[in-house]
Design a protein around this ligand. Structure first.
Ligand code: FES
Length: 271
C-alpha cells in the first residue's frame, strides 16, 4: 500500500470516527503506532458540511488546562433546566447546557466548557465530547460573529441558493466552513432548514432570512455587519408564508356551523 493511499484511508477513518477524534491530540511530530509518517496538520480542519476537525488541537485559550465556569445568571438557568429531568437522568440536559456554554463563549465551546458540563451533569467527559462532535450546531473553534448557514437542499437550490452562496463567498472573502478575515462572518452550506416554502433562505445566528435574491442576501449581511436594523423573515415583502399575491381565502368571518362548546354547567362548576 502506498503512503498516500495509507494517508487517505487513515484520514477518512479518523473523520468518520467522531468519538475518538476529539481525544487525539496528535501533531505532526507525534509517533503513534507507526503512523508518525502522517502529517496530521494536512488533514483539512473543516469541510463544507461539518463543524470542523474531529481532533482536538490545543490552541491558546483552548487546552486541557484552560478554565471555564458558567456565569451566575447561567447557573440560575441551569438550575431551571435541571428541574425538567429526574435526578438520575441529569445527562438528558446535556444539549441545553452545551448551548448555554456556547452562547456564553461567543459561539463556540472550548474543551474546558465541555468538561464543566460533564462535571455538572455527572457524566463521563467522553459522552459530552461525543454529543459535541455529533451535532453540527456545536463549534469547537471560534467562529465569526454572524454564523451564516445557507440552505442548499433541492427547493432552495433550484431557486438560486448556490448563486447566493458564491456571492457571499466572494463578497466577504470566505468559503463554506471558514470565517471572514475580520471574523464578522462564518459561512456554512447546510441541508434543509424547514422553510422550503420561502426558498431560498439562510439562517444567521438564531434568525431566518427568506425569499432571498443575491442582492437581498448581501444586503442583509451588510446591514447586520453595520449594526443596522434588519427585517427577519421574507425579504420580498410577503407576510410569513402567505402567497406573494396575499391572502386569497378565508377572507370573512366563517359562517358556521361552529364547533360546539365543550363547556357545560357541570364542567364550569367543577373548575
Ligand atoms: S430546502 Fe431550503 S429550507 Fe427546505
Amino acid at each position: 500500500m502506498s503512503l498516500s493511499h495509507l494517508y487517505k484511508q487513515t484520514s477518512s477513518l479518523l473523520r468518520g470516527f467522531k468519538g475518538i477524534g476529539i481525544l487525539s491530540k496528535l501533531r505532526a511530530s507525534d509517533s503513534v503506532s507507526g503512523l508518525s509518517v502522517l502529517n496530521w496538520n494536512k488533514i483539512p480542519p473543516r469541510n463544507s458540511f461539518s463543524t470542523g476537525s474531529l481532533s482536538h488541537v490545543d490552541r491558546e485559550g483552548n487546552t486541557a488546562e484552560t478554565t471555564f465556569d458558567f456565569t451566575d445568571e447561567n447557573y440560575e438557568k441551569i438550575e431551571n433546566i435541571l428541574k425538567k429531568y429526574p435526578r438520575n437522568y441529569k445527562s438528558s440536559a446535556v444539549i441545553a447546557l452545551l448551548d448555554l456554554a456556547q452562547r456564553q463563549c461567543g459561539g463556540w465551546i472550548p474543551l474546558a466548557a465541555m468538561n464543566q458540563v460533564a462535571k455538572i451533569l455527572e457524566m463521563p467527559p467522553i459522552r459530552v465530547y461525543e454529543v459535541v462532535t455529533f451535532y453540527s450546531m456545536f463549534y469547537r473553534e471560534p467562529i465569526g460573529k454572524f454564523n451564516v448557514q445557507v440552505c442548499c437542499t433541492t427547493p432552495c437550490m433550484i431557486r438560486g441558493a448556490y448563486d447566493i452562496l458564491r456571492a457571499i463567498e466572494s463578497k466577504f472573502n470566505l468559503e463554506p466552513g471558514g470565517n471572514s478575515p475580520d471574523m464578522m462572518f462564518h459561512l456554512e452550506e447546510v441541508e434543509c432548514l424547514g422553510a422550503c416554502v420561502n426558498a431560498p433562505m439562510m439562517q444567521v445566528n438564531d434568525e431566518y432570512y427568506e425569499d432571498l435574491t443575491v442582492e437581498s442576501a448581501i444586503r442583509v449581511l451588510e446591514n447586520l455587519r453595520d449594526n443596522k436594523v434588519v427585517k427577519v423573515g421574507p425579504q420580498n415583502g410577503r407576510h410569513q408564508c402567505v402567497g406573494i399575491q396575499g391572502k386569497t381565502t378565508l377572507l370573512s368571518e366563517p359562517s358556521g356551523p361552529y364547533c360546539r362548546s365543550l363547556e357545560t354547567e357541570e364542567t364550569k362548576r367543577a373548575s
